[in-house]
Structure formats: C-alpha cells, structure tokens
Design a binder for this molecule. Structure first.
Ligand code: ADE
Length: 222
C-alpha cells in the first residue's frame, strides 16, 4: 500500500516511520510511505502557504494554490484523498480496516485555523477526525490513522492472531494480561491463568472483558 502524507512539519514523522512495527512494515515494502512538505509547492519568493481569512478572525488559513498543487502532484487514479481535521467524521477501527484495503492514500494535514474551503470542495474525498480535541496540526492525526490501519495489513503484525482477540474487533475492551513473575510485590496472578484449563481461562477472560466494558465504555454494550 502506498501512502503520501502532505504536511508543513514532515520531521514530526521521522521517528514514527522508522521505529517498531511501522519501520519494519516499510522495510518489508508492505507499506510505502512518503512524507512531503507542502511548502515545496509554494511558488512565491517567501514560499507562502497561508494567509489571513476573508471576513476577519484570528489565525491564518492554508492557501489553495500550494495545497492543491501538492495533491495534484501525488494523486493517482482511484486514490483516496483524506483531510485530517477536528471537524471531520470520527475515526474508528472499522474505518481503519476499510482504509487498509486501499491501494493509495493521500493524507493532508492542516494547520492554523484550517484550510481554504475550496481545497476541501475540490481535491478532498473524505474528512476524518481522530477525536474531540484540537491538535496544533493534523500530522500526528495522520500518524494515528496510519498506525491503526497498518495493523490490518496482512504481515504487519507478527502474529496475525493478535488482531482477533482485540478491543473494538470484538466490541468489548481487552481482558487483563499478566507475565512472569507470578508474584510481584505481594500481588499474585489470578489462579485461573496458571491452571492450564483453557475453557476456564476463556470464561474468566470474557467475564473480565464484560466487566471492564460495563465500567469504562457502557456505550459499546448497547
Ligand atoms: N487536526 C487537529 N486536530 C485534529 C483532530 N482531532 N483530528 C484530526 N485532525 C486534527
């Protein structure tokens, strides 16, 4: 899968793309991610990418010309062009899975008070928010989206199986996990996990999932 990220702060993604699972997925060519600086498409002497909003108000707005030029330069037929914005449609695990099946994504990170509406009207297919809070820019939101969808690409997770047990695939939150030592600072691992009885272990885990979900995310049970 190919992903182009368009941002004014490309270095924000340096560590993210080279570390851990993502780093390995890129090395293995399961993912081909290119981070591009929108400023490279600004044509004036000062390489301007933003300007004051018509109608007044605080902050600056990203200009049409460099952003549209950047998108038009990287887009391919059938690609999905996504703008990361707090006023977008809330991101979910289902959306991550859907996007993981695309051939090519173009992710636009916005800044300041937003971007000119005509960019959204002409070269954006979809607008996504990663949560009800406002980040200083959408670059980390793009990273969150990439990280979540990468887990659905076959081969990215070491053990394919680890997807099936998980929160949001099952609509229940996860059960508690323990590893060695069996006793730590006076706290012991629940007996059942040491029993080797997998029927009982599964029963215990499901009960824990239901209780946790009821406490923390009762909305998921509806
Ligand atoms: N840009 C700023 N805040 C954001 C959010 N919550 N989701 C996506 N993009 C953003």
């Amino acid at each position: 899968m190919r992903i182009d990220v368009l941002t004014l702060f490309p270095r924000m993604l340096d560590g993210f793309l080279s570390e851990s699972m993502l780093g390995r997925a890129c090395e293995a060519k399961l993912l081909e991610i290119t981070v591009r600086n929108v400023r490279d498409w600004a044509t004036d002497k000062h390489r301007t990418t933003d300007d004051r909003p018509f109608g007044g108000g605080a902050g600056m707005v990203m200009k049409c010309e460099p952003v549209v030029a950047a998108i038009e330069a990287v887009q391919t037929p059938g690609c999905r062009r996504i703008y990361l914005t707090p006023d977008g449609v809330p991101f979910t695990s289902a959306k991550a899975e859907e996007l993981s099946k695309q051939q090519h994504l173009v992710l636009l990170s916005g800044h300041y008070e937003g971007i000119d509406q005509r960019i959204r009207d002409t070269v954006i297919d979809e607008e996504i928010s990663i949560g009800d809070y406002v980040l200083t820019n959408g670059t980390l939101a793009a990273a969150v989206l990439i990280d979540a969808l990468a887990r659905f690409i076959p081969g990215v997770l070491g053990e394919e199986k680890s997807l099936t047990h998980e929160s949001f695939t099952s609509k229940l939150l996860d059960f508690p996990q323990y590893t060695r030592p069996a006793e730590y600072r006076g706290m012991s691992v629940p007996e059942v996990l040491l029993s080797g009885n997998h029927t009982e272990i599964d029963k215990w885990r499901t009960a824990q999932q239901e209780e946790k979900t009821r406490q923390v995310r009762p909305d998921l049970l509806k």
